[in-house]
Design a protein around this ligand. Structure first.
Ligand SMILES: Cc1cc2nc3c(=O)[nH]c(=O)nc-3n(C[C@H](O)[C@H](O)[C@H](O)COP(=O)(O)O)c2cc1C
Length: 311
């Protein structure tokens, strides 16, 4: 069965987005078992040599599950590759991805042409992350199979474009798969994305507040307590704009009013580990009120999705 066929048979059109320091084999496996495409950034694997082990573990856990649950739809998994020239591990990680013939490779931050050629050689597909229409056009020229439109309010390095306008403009010149990302955390958002013309959605933040996510419990609790006004979009910490949970900045002594008014803070952040001490989330955080298992979450997403379809 082709990857496109497998994706079209999923109970819900969801990719659990790759998240730096958050995505683990456990999260990926449990997502795939629940019919959600699980993914992880190759850069989460340290040292690099362990990538082989991660992919082997994911494949064998899913094969075992399929054998004992032949009726269950098991989703494919994806690995995210940063294709920017600054990624010194790209070739080594890609060799492991090729060895395992990973079905779906998600590329970000650069030109995916070389990866596209390789992945197509084993019948896999490449979806590329974009935040601008010009990036989408370049990715299409590079031969990608799908476009992930990262819009305003997405967790991590969010975009700035409005999802309504972005999807409609890309749909005017691209017939292939569109995956919409940014603040989507329930079945109503999934249905709305499809109404706009997207084929699938990318959901990141919602999956951090699950039993299986191996992150600090305080991070999960903060997601429950926070709402959209607790998110700030700043390029001060990494040089690239990202959405952060304000209480996680305050925890390490950052004056958020200074950050908002001056765009920077004078505090010496020398000992602060970005992404481990300071936490990211998308605008959808206000809709997160619990920490379910991934199976409970997907059951709820499916129920809401069906309700939304009847509206
Ligand atoms: C904590 C965190 C880490 C992330 N790390 C990455 C990453 O390493 N690579 C990537 O392509 N996207 C990364 N993202 C962005 C997600 O892949 C996705 O675009 C985003 O989570 C979708 O928006 P949502 O969180 O509002 O659902 C990250 C997002 C979060 C919340």
């Amino acid at each position: 069965m082709t990857l496109s066929d497998r994706l079209s048979q999923l109970p819900l059109p969801i990719i659990c987005a790759p998240m730096f320091l958050v995505s683990t084999p456990k999260l990926v496996i449990e997502c795939c078992k629940s019919g959600v495409v699980g993914s992880f950034p190759a850069l989460n694997v340290r040292p690099q040599e362990k990538l082989d082990e991660w992919i082997t573990d994911i494949k064998s856990a899913l094969d075992e599950f399929k054998t004992s649950n032949p009726e269950q739809v098991v989703a494919p998994f994806a690995v995210n590759q940063v294709v920017h020239p600054s990624n010194s591990r790209l070739a080594a990680d890609q060799a492991i991805i090729a060895k395992h013939q990973v079905p779906l490779v998600i590329t970000s931050q650069g030109n995916p042409s070389d990866i596209v050629e390789q992945v197509h050689s084993w019948g896999g597909q490449v979806f590329h992350d974009v935040i601008k229409v010009s990036h989408a056009k370049k990715a299409i020229s590079a031969g990608v199979d799908g476009l992930i439109l990262v819009t305003a309010g997405a967790g991590g390095h969010g975009g700035t474009l409005n999802p309504f306008a972005f999807v409609r403009e890309v749909r005017s010149f691209w017939d292939g798969p569109i995956i919409l990302a940014g603040g989507i955390n329930d079945g109503f958002g999934i249905k709305a994305a499809q109404s706009l013309g997207a084929d699938m959605v990318y959901m990141g933040t919602r999956f951090i507040a699950t039993q299986e996510a191996q992150v600090d419990q305080d991070y999960k609790n903060m997601l429950i307590k926070c709402a959209i006004e607790d998110i700030v979009f700043s390029d001060h910490f990494t040089g690239v704009h990202a959405n952060y949970l304000i209480p996680s900045l305050e925890r390490v002594g950052i004056n958020v009013q200074d950050l908002i008014s001056k765009g920077k803070v004078d505090l010496d952040l020398g000992n602060t580990n970005f992404w481990t001490d300071i936490w990211s989330a998308g605008h959808g955080v206000g809709g997160i009120n619990d920490i379910p298992s991934i199976q409970e979450l997907t059951n709820k997403l499916l129920a809401d999705y069906k309700t939304a379809a009847m509206l």
